[in-house]
Design a protein around this ligand. Structure first.
Ligand code: BDP
Length: 603
């Protein structure tokens, strides 16, 4: 049951077959699938596309809100001559857990909804004949899972899931499922760390492979010219006249790793590498030694119909809008996104704060909105959190760093979103989490978490561990909003005076106001497009007055789906863009501002 974290890329020695398409599908309403041997094949079924969330495809509420197992099946053939290759079956992600059978034999099991998993399937596979692949995906959450949630059971046996977070608990096979036809001896993993001095760039590399044969490493520039080379499983490459990876200019070299035996090529892998440095110095965030100002959004991987399923069309549309609006960065709130997203950000020079799925570390009494009320939560007082939740949290940090460590675009890790950091025992929990994370990133990038309004300056027990203070603040929306808006500035600025004393950079990782596109009102009222604009203008004034604020990521890039509730109108409407990716008035305001703020603003 090996996990292949290296992106499944083709090369002269590797072939990749994408199993995306229409699969068979069955909802296990009575949790009877395993007893009835569905793992051997589904007798009756309907159809779903893979990848996608299943929730918004059907017209039946009991499917949309289903809690438990759903089953998938597809068939494929393997050529006979591949019998002496390693066939790796790789899921980009399945939310939140999955078990996999090939021809009736169990080949993989995985928990954690956003990371790749799979297996070498040679033993269970049929070569030159049909293979039946069956997958059961489960979407249940509890206090110990990452993310967290709670299931409520009703008298008639039905169950509903209440996530401790503000986005719909979409589930299914969310990323592409691929077959990698790998050589017998092959490259498992590559780790790179980059640096530069003057106009010379450096790439430290380390290669893990199944063979001890000769390893050759070449670094090629964008034209394919070899600019540095070396041999052996680890070493350093030196690049004269280096082209640095910069925000907005994602220059990528190709690290071409070859396994050779007696001069013959056994395996070859090409890893895109951007040469850049990241560092926190005083209250500044430096990329390539230059102060960097984050302009952009907290996002969601969310769209109509597809839900959380990866959709390359939506990804490209979003990238074009980021470009149009003058944004330079994104936070992958509140979970890691599809690998294609990071590869695109590497190419386009989009700066990424990469977030773990640790959201909802707050006891919210069946409703995440309770968190904003300041109501007592006893999340970190529960022993199970310190015994089990923390283990799962670490597992997700390790996997995320393993998967995304080589992306030049990733400049910081966000270890959790809005944990109840005002609680005393949050301190011991996060001391362990931060020190664990520090030992797992080969590039030693800065670490952060986002702080919630109910743990303001002086009340937060976790900020001490972070390199960057990330604040989610809603002065003018959840508090001091509406007709009081003009008074929000004072309270906001007072809190910031406190945070500035920490001497660390501050990034505003969330600020926003729900806005229903098309509501216009003069003078403004909450939910109107005019109000969103006025709200943002006020926030921006606050940011400009605070020297330590080195970034603003408005909440949210686009409207997105959430659980139902009286505070949500078919989802969260804080988007600068609508869910179908058209601009609200506020988008034009952001464009005007961000096009005029240089990347080294406040430098
Ligand atoms: C913050 C959360 C985010 C919510 C947002 C909101 O981090 O997930 O969507 O507030 O209320 O609490 O819009």
């Amino acid at each position: 049951m090996e996990e292949q974290y290296l992106y499944p890329a083709e090369s002269p020695t590797r072939q990749v077959i994408d199993l995306s398409g229409i699969w068979k599908f069955k909802v296990d309403h009575n949790s009877e699938g395993k007893e009835k041997d569905w793992q051997n094949g589904l007798a009756d079924y309907c159809e779903v596309p893979v990848p996608s969330s299943f929730n918004d495809l059907f017209t039946d509420k009991d499917i949309r809100e289903h809690v438990g197992d759903v089953w998938y099946q597809t068939e494929f053939y393997l050529a006979e001559e591949w019998e002496n290759k390693n066939i790796n079956l790789r899921f980009g992600s399945a939310t939140h857990r999955a078990e996999v059978w090939l021809n009736g034999e169990k080949i993989a099991e995985h928990e954690g909804g956003y990371m790749p998993f799979g297996a070498i399937i040679n033993e269970a596979a049929n070569f030159g004949a049909k293979n039946t692949l069956v997958v059961v995906v489960n979407n249940e959450l509890d206090l110990t899972t990452i993310p967290t949630g709670q299931i409520k059971e009703y008298d008639d046996g039905k169950r509903r899931l209440f996530p401790y977070f503000d986005f719909f608990n979409y589930a299914g096979i969310h990323s592409a499922v691929k077959l990698q036809i790998l050589p017998k001896e092959y490259i498992y993993d590559i780790t790179t760390v980059t640096d530069f001095k003057g106009d010379t760039g450096f790439v430290d590399y380390e290669i893990e492979s199944s063979s001890h044969s000769e390893i050759k490493v070449e670094l090629k520039d964008i034209e394919g010219k070899v600019v540095a080379q070396n041999s052996g499983a680890e070493g350093k490459l030196e690049v004269k006249n280096v082209n640095l990876w910069q925000p907005g200019e994602g220059y990528l070299y190709n690290l071409e790793v070859s396994l050779l035996s007696a001069g013959e090529l056994i395996d070859n892998y090409r890893l895109p590498v951007g040469i850049r440095t990241v560092e926190v110095k005083g209250n500044r965030f430096l990329i390539n030694g230059e102060p960097f100002y984050f302009k952009g959004f907290g996002k969601h991987q969310d769209s109509e119909i597809n839900g959380r399923g990866f959709d390359p069309a939506v990804m490209i549309r979003d990238a074009e809008l980021l470009d149009w609006i003058g944004a330079n960065s994104v936070r992958t709130s509140h979970y890691p996104y599809d690998e294609e997203f990071y590869r695109m950000c590497d190419r386009r020079g989009v700066v990424v704060i990469d977030e773990t799925p640790a959201v909802g570390l707050f006891d919210m009494n069946l409703n995440f909105l309770a968190a904003g009320t300041g109501k007592e939560s006893d999340f970190f007082d529960k022993e199970i959190v310190h015994e089990q939740t923390i283990k799962n949290h670490k597992r997700e940090i390790k996997r995320l760093m393993q998967r995304d460590k080589n992306h030049a675009s990733v400049v910081m890790w966000c270890l959790a979103n809005e944990p109840d950091s005002a609680q005393e025992r949050a301190e011991e929990y996060f001391e362990e989490i931060f020190s664990y994370a520090r030992s797992h990133d080969p590039q030693e990038r800065p670490l952060t978490f986002t702080n919630i309004m109910t743990a303001p300056y002086g009340k937060c027990n976790v900020a001490q561990f972070a390199d960057v203070i990330s604040l989610n603040r809603y002065y003018g929306w959840y508090i001091i909003g509406g007709s009081e808006l003009e008074y929000a500035q004072k309270d906001f600025e007072e809190e910031l005076v406190g945070w500035e004393k920490e001497g660390k950079p501050i990034v505003m990782t969330e600020y926003g106001a729900d806005t229903k596109a098309g509501i216009h009102k003069l003078p403004s009222v909450q939910w109107s497009e005019e109000y969103q604009k006025e709200y943002l203008e006020l926030q921006h004034q606050v940011f400009d007055n605070c020297d330590s604020i080195v970034g603003e990521q408005m909440w949210n890039f686009a409207d997105f789906q959430t659980v139902e509730g009286i505070l949500r109108v078919n989802g969260n409407k804080k988007g600068a863009f609508t869910r179908d990716r058209q601009p609200k008035m506020a988008a034009h305001l952001l464009k005007e501002r961000w096009e005029n703020l240089p990347n080294n603003f406040k430098g």
